[in-house]
Design a protein around this ligand. Structure first.
Ligand code: MN
Length: 494
């Protein structure tokens, strides 16, 4: 997203990224720059650069995400309240309440009095609270972290690993969950060598030895595709190529026991088209032109990934035994894949802005999370529950009406029922998957259509606790049993 050095701190750099800024917007950003520069006067980064370079870089990162000017201004001043003599009152007087509140939010996220596991859990908690409050605070923090991790070589070695690990475990995962693919990739790749130096070296070596399809043959494919799509009158915006980022390559290698012959997408072509229909048309043309590798086609448009990612993926034999992954998506899907939630928050002229309500829906899971984390007394539980519910691989299943429900892998019809409503969960009498009656503990698979049969007289059984996967279902079952004569139930099931 951004280079490591920010010797050029002219606000024009930010303006250049946001061509539609008004003069008023520009004045605000310039004002924030001057204010932060003055406040941090005399402070230096570990690298020896002026401290101001760091906060300006944070502002640039936010501008790359096309955030609104209030958020960019707050990003430029994100360390002012914590690290300088400037008070909240002074900032409010100069910049108003909204911007000051954002800076306060970032400041609160920054102050951590814990260490080790406790610190980790506490920072997660804070992130969720901030997220439910104003997601912009979290985005500022992620942009702040990006610059910090990209300049990690200047930090004391004993601190490097902890910061880098936290970046991978926390910040990159949050960026991923918010659909911010680019930010996630940059956070991970910057942190990777500090956390896993050996694995990093190995991955780089493997990457170099993988000998993916050459630039020349890629160009030949691009040319042929362009011509053919043209002949069939399929509209395209552009064709890009992307190289898989190192950390995600390593994750994939691990999944395949370091067998690099299983990796098909080191290089991928991206075809950006205007409309969804063009995606499928383009796919048809491509499969007519090149033989697809069996089993490699994925329709993430019909069934998006848990974080909302949409695209068609296919791998083709491009001749001479080479294979090449091709991703087809609309401009909007691309925007969403790269910037995620940020593309809905940005300044009005860019992209589409969703209503406040839609946005709330998009991040409603943060609220759910907060809701149950209140019940969790022990840090350790909080973390392990979080790891299973929040960051697990998810499966997508459907209600009979076609609504999508996403659940952690390994979920059963019981989890499905409770995720719809606890009243449904509390009265399950049977479950049908794809029209067939199945035992309640049956593991759900992607695309299953689940129908829950309810009966007023039916009620949760103790053994359901083991048949459920999600924390919420387990908790509701326990709660029901506790409230409705758990003792009797205990005797009966013995
Ligand atoms: Mn900072």
């Amino acid at each position: 997203m951004s280079p490591n050095t920010f010797s050029d701190t002219n606000p024009e750099r930010i303006f250049a990224l946001l061509p539609k800024l008004t003069q008023k917007n520009k004045d605000l950003i310039t004002h924030a720059c001057e204010f932060a520069k003055m406040a941090h006067e005399g402070q230096l980064r570990n690298s020896g650069e002026p401290y101001y370079n760091h906060v300006f870089a944070t502002g640039v990162n936010l501008a790359i995400l096309k955030m609104d000017t209030d958020t960019i201004a707050a990003g430029i001043m994100h360390d002012v309240l914590e690290d300088t003599k400037v008070t909240e009152e002074e900032m409010t007087k100069e910049f108003g309440e909204h911007i000051t509140k954002l800076v306060q939010g970032v400041t609160k996220l920054g102050k951590l009095r814990y260490s080790g596991m406790e610190r980790h859990v506490e920072s997660l908690r804070k992130f969720f609270i901030a997220m439910a409050d104003d997601i912009r605070v979290v985005i500022i923090k992620l942009c702040d972290r990006l610059h910090n991790i990209q300049t990690l070589q200047y930090v004391k070695p004993e601190k490097q690993k902890r910061i880098a690990l936290e970046t991978i475990e926390l910040h990159a995962r949050l960026a991923d969950r918010l659909g911010m693919g680019r930010l996630k990739a940059e956070l991970e790749d910057a942190a990777f060598p500090f956390v896993y130096p050996e694995e990093y070296k190995k991955t780089v070596e493997l990457f170099n030895s993988l000998n993916p399809i050459s630039e020349e043959s890629t160009e030949i494919v691009v040319k042929k595709l362009e011509d053919e799509l043209n002949i069939f009158d399929v509209h395209i915006e552009r064709i890009d190529s992307r190289i898989k980022h190192l950390y995600s390559l390593w994750q994939k290698l691990k999944r395949y026991k370091m067998d690099s012959t299983k990796i098909y997408d080191v290089v991928a072509l991206r075809i950006i088209v205007p409309q969804i229909a063009d995606c499928y048309q383009a796919l048809g043309v491509i499969h007519g032109l090149y033989r697809p590798v069996p089993g490699r086609f994925k329709d993430y448009i019909a069934v998006p990934k848990p974080n909302g990612y949409q695209s068609l993926h296919t791998t083709i034999f491009s001749g001479d035994g080479d294979t090449l992954e091709i991703q087809i998506r609309t401009k909007e899907m691309h925007q969403e894949a790269e910037y995620g939630i940020a593309s809905h928050l940005g300044y009005k002229e860019v992209g589409k802005n969703v209503s406040e309500q839609e946005l709330k829906k998009k991040i409603s899971w943060t609220k759910d999370l907060l809701e149950w984390q209140k019940d969790v007394e022990h840090h350790k539980d909080f973390l392990s529950n979080l790891k299973t519910d929040f960051f697990q691989n998810r499966v997508f299943v459907f209600t009979p009406k076609g609504d999508v429900v996403d659940l952690p892998e390994g979920s059963s019809a019981i989890d499905f029922a409770y995720s719809i409503h606890s009243k449904i969960g509390d009265h399950i009498s049977g479950a049908k998957i794809n029209g067939k009656l199945v035992p309640l503990e049956t593991t759900l698979k992607n695309r299953d259509v689940i129908e829950i049969e309810v009966k007023e007289s039916a009620s949760p059984k103790r053994k359901w606790i083991d048949m459920a996967r999600t924390t919420i279902a387990k908790r509701k079952i326990r709660q029901y049993i506790k409230e409705n004569g758990g003792l009797i139930d205990k005797f009966l099931t013995r």
